[in-house]
Design a protein around this ligand. Structure first.
Ligand code: NMX
Ligand code: MLT
Length: 436
């Protein structure tokens, strides 16, 4: 092991130099139509190379669900009695491109409640996992176990015609959506000892999720979960979780295996785990500089993070070049919810969002110096009573199924092929440029 490490160490500097030379000398060279060296070595940023039906991200305006902004969705989608839009209505919109009626959503919520129960092998396995295992790992494991009863896997093995693949994909997807809150809340109870209030067959998806965590009577939290799940559902197809689900499903792995893979990507700190990272970072800041910290103290704390080579969690984005409208929607929720804006930690996050953008601009590296959705989601969950930061990405993971699973149904309905892009070594790229 040691000698191999030494061998790798010896060649890292030269390889890094070659990559740097490639980017600086040939970044804009196109190796195939529209595909530049920059897109090959730069994480395929901006490369238009996949089909995604449910939503599209505009760099300046933010996410659009079949053309509808978040505010329009809040106005038009069926809502709970409290007025908060329902995430299951967002799923319906994303899948069908139509606004469902209140009656359709009420019946859909009941269907989700009806299929929410977990198989025994899943509950046994979840209950046997150590409390110290990260809840995202537990979520991904549990979702994988549902593959045991996959309609897609069974019908595929029985010789289903490819034009019909979408149908069991749809069944598995609805089944998984129904079970995700039950899995997530069981993980919550196992790790944090909460009380199970049981599934209410007449309640909506989010209410049953909250009930599973003993929070069904906490109306602020239930509405926060409704909004959170609706907002995080889909962010077009190129983000890590969505792209992963689509990629894995393209090999005809069933929806459970595909979405479990997506969850493993969501668990990365540059993606969904940022929801957890932000609150951990803010709590440390609060401890170090206090609630009523001055702008100067916040600025100093931000520079300390940047100068130590870490990212400021909750800031920046691969596509967005303005504040994330999901961030704004959550901030609006805080403003219209009694007591929320008076929470010292919420105040600190708001103050930080003003200072951080200024510091990020001065730092000059991030192409987007503005807050993304994760900058504020955790502090609101914390405000309503969920203090377990490790669990925040699990809430994201329940939500992201909305967009990923809707797309899998379309992937199979449209018969999209297995994904298999071409890769090249650094030296092969240099050679291809020379030969041009
Ligand atoms: N703090 C410090 N440096 C940053 C930040 C940040 N928040 N954002 C970008 N940079 C750096 C980035 O690391 C890169 O540095 P280098 O050239 O040394 O590799 C440089 O700025 C250019 O990066 P960009 O092109 O602006 O960003 P990219 O598209 O590569 O990455 C993110 C996008 C979101 C991964 C990045 O902004 C980031 O790491 N943000 C912090 C983590 C975060 O909030 N993630 C959540 C994203 C939303 N979500 O829910 O998934
Ligand atoms: C997401 O919601 O997936 C994130 O904002 C990351 C992205 O869109 O790239």
């Amino acid at each position: 092991w040691f000698t191999v490490v030494l061998g790798v160490l010896a060649i890292i500097p030269a390889k890094r130099e070659r990559l740097q030379a490639l980017r600086s000398q040939h970044g804009s060279v196109a190796l195939s139509s529209g595909v530049t060296v920059d897109s090959i070595v730069g994480g395929m940023r901006g490369l238009k190379c996949m089909v995604w039906e449910g939503s599209e991200l505009d760099a300046y305006k933010g996410i659009r669900f079949h053309g509808m902004s978040i505010t329009e969705c809040q106005r038009k989608l069926p809502a709970a009695n409290s007025g908060e839009m329902l995430p299951e209505a967002m799923f319906w919109l994303i899948l069908t491109s139509e606004i469902p009626s209140a009656a359709q959503i009420s019946s859909f919520s009941s269907t989700l409640a009806k299929y929410s129960e977990l198989p025994k092998h899943t509950t046994d396995l979840l209950d046997s996992l150590p409390k110290s295992l990260h809840p995202m790992t537990q979520l991904s494991i549990a979702v994988s176990t549902l593959n045991h009863d996959s309609s897609f896997a069974k019908q595929y093995a029985a010789g289903l015609h490819k034009k019909d693949y979408w149908s069991p994909t749809f069944d598995d997807s609805i089944n998984l959506l129904a079970k995700l809150p039950t899995i997530a809340s069981r993980i919550y109870r196992n790790i944090y000892d909460a009380k199970d209030q049981g599934i209410d067959q007449h309640a909506d998806w989010s209410m049953n999720f909250a009930r599973g965590m003993g929070m069904g009577e906490n109306s602020g939290m239930v509405d926060m979960i409704r909004l959170y799940l609706a907002l995080h559902g889909d962010h077009e197809g190129g983000n890590v979780s969505a792209h992963t689900a689509h990629l894995v499903n393209s090999a005809l792995a069933d929806p459970y295996l595909s979405y479990a893979s997506a969850l493993n990507g969501l668990a990365g700190p540059l993606h969904g785990l940022a929801a957890q990272e932000v609150l951990v970072w803010v709590l440390k800041m609060q401890k170090e500089i206090g609630d009523d910290a001055s702008e100067e103290a916040i600025e100093k704390y931000l520079w300390k993070t940047l100068n130590s080579g870490q990212v400021v969690p909750g800031y920046g984005h691969g596509v967005l070049r303005n504040p994330d409208p999901r961030f704004t929607a959550l901030q609006d929720f805080a403003k219209r919810t009694k007591g929320c804006s008076d929470d010292p930690l919420v105040k600190l996050v708001i103050k930080n969002s003003q200072v951080a953008t200024k510091v990020m601009k001065e730092h000059g590296k991030a192409k987007n110096p503005f807050p993304n959705v994760d900058a504020t989601s955790g502090v609101l969950l914390n405000h309503f009573g969920m203090q377990q930061t490790n669990f925040y990405t699990v809430v994201f993971g329940v939500s992201r199924a909305i967009g990923c699973l809707a797309q899998l149904v379309w992937d199979r309905a449209l018969g999209l092929p297995i994904e298999r892009p071409k890769s090249m070594s650094i030296e092969a790229i240099f050679k291809a440029i020379e030969e041009k």
